[in-house]
Design a protein around this ligand. Structure first.
Ligand code: DLZ
Length: 158
């Protein structure tokens, strides 16, 4: 079966606006921190590559991905942000916990996007195993954190 690969090259990176006057909030989960730390590194370096100043990139941590919704909602109250990014990694286990967390975060972030005035970018890796997550946080399938940075800059200019 053919595999659809989504890389940064799928994006129109030539038309990314200058981010030097933009301010970003990032909420990152501690669970699977080897993965989420790499997502964060990619996200911050891509924001800076497009001009964002380090002092305009504000990072908050939450314990697990389920708390990303609360964290993003809190940041939405600060109208100084041009965009908010959530970063997490949920890895399927033996119980339905994975599905509940993924559904909860997806619903919660969708609701924020429909009700708040700041775009919230969805950087949640939802994988069947650890290796699939490694592949997507700077491995052979790129870095979801980089993609989220591009999304955030573009949506800040929407
Ligand atoms: C409990 C839990 C489990 C089993 N798996 C993950 C995971 O793979 N990724 C993640 O970010 N968080 C996980 N958590 C923690 C929940 O997101 C949450 O922190 C707790 O249920 C407390 O609300």
């Amino acid at each position: 079966m053919a595999t659809a690969l989504h890389h940064l090259s799928d994006y129109d990176t030539a038309s990314v606006p200058d981010a030097s006057n933009m301010c970003f909030g990032i909420v990152v989960a501690e669970w699977n921190k080897d993965i989420t730390g790499a997502l964060l590194d990619g996200c911050v370096s891509t924001l800076e590559k497009h001009g964002a100043l380090p002092e305009n990139i504000h990072v908050k941590t939450v314990p697990g991905s389920f708390e990303l919704v609360y964290g993003a909602q809190q940041l939405c109250k600060n109208d100084g942000f041009d965009a908010i990014i959530i970063l997490g990694s949920v890895i399927r286990g033996d119980t339905p916990h994975f599905d509940y967390i993924c559904q909860g975060v997806t619903f919660g972030i969708s609701r924020l996007n429909a009700t708040q005035n700041i775009p919230v970018i969805f950087g949640l890796l939802t994988t069947d195993d650890h290796q699939q997550a490694v592949d997507r946080c700077g491995g052979k399938l790129g870095n979801k954190g980089d993609e989220c940075a591009i999304d955030a800059i573009k949506m800040a200019k929407f």
